[in-house]
Design a protein around this ligand. Sequence first.
Ligand code: HEM
Length: 181
Amino acid sequence: MPGAHYTRTAIVLHWLMAALLVALFCLGTYMHDLPLSPQKLRLYAWHKWAGVSAFFLVLARFAWLLAHRPPALPASMSGWQAASARVLHLMLYVFMIAVPLSGWLMSSAKGFQTVYFGVMPLPDVVQKNKELGDLLQTVHFSLNLCLAASVVVHVAAVVKHRLLDRDDVFQRMLSVRVAKR
Ligand code: HEM
């Protein structure tokens, strides 16, 4: 049975993830074009740490979903609108998992191990391999475009709910006043 509302934990996880995704996308695009320098390497390390953190946030969100049911979609939504919303949410989850995984695999294939916050080395599951590294870079970039497109549609749908449908879809992901832990 759907929950009555999002909990405070779900709301915090949602907005942390949104902020991280925007920051990671901007940083990734910016650092890619920089000439090689200590600053570029530092930004790459920050990008990887933030990317691994985003992956952990998705896992935390899955843990939340095991224990809670999200609130139901508004009854005013037609069948196809509700189905589209569910497909879009699924796509967001798939890309939020696939993008960090592709970044981690790309780093391994390019021969740069990811050391989370400089202290926790992640295992390199693929051998150093230039062709594979280049391929995974294209995969990471392409998945990012898919994730960005899904986020844009997601935001557009929220704006429609707020301005045209005038329902509480945006409010319930914003308000901690009605939320319980
Ligand atoms: C949700 C998480 C992530 C997002 C949104 C993201 C986003 C991006 C974007 C937009 C780029 C620029 C792509 C291009 O212009 O070619 C990029 C590059 C890169 N990402 Fe990520 N990334 C994420 C996670 C990760 C993770 C977890 C790692 C590694 C552990 C990683 C490693 C890299 C590296 C090394 C590059 C530079 C590729 C190059 O220029 O050689 N990313 N990322």
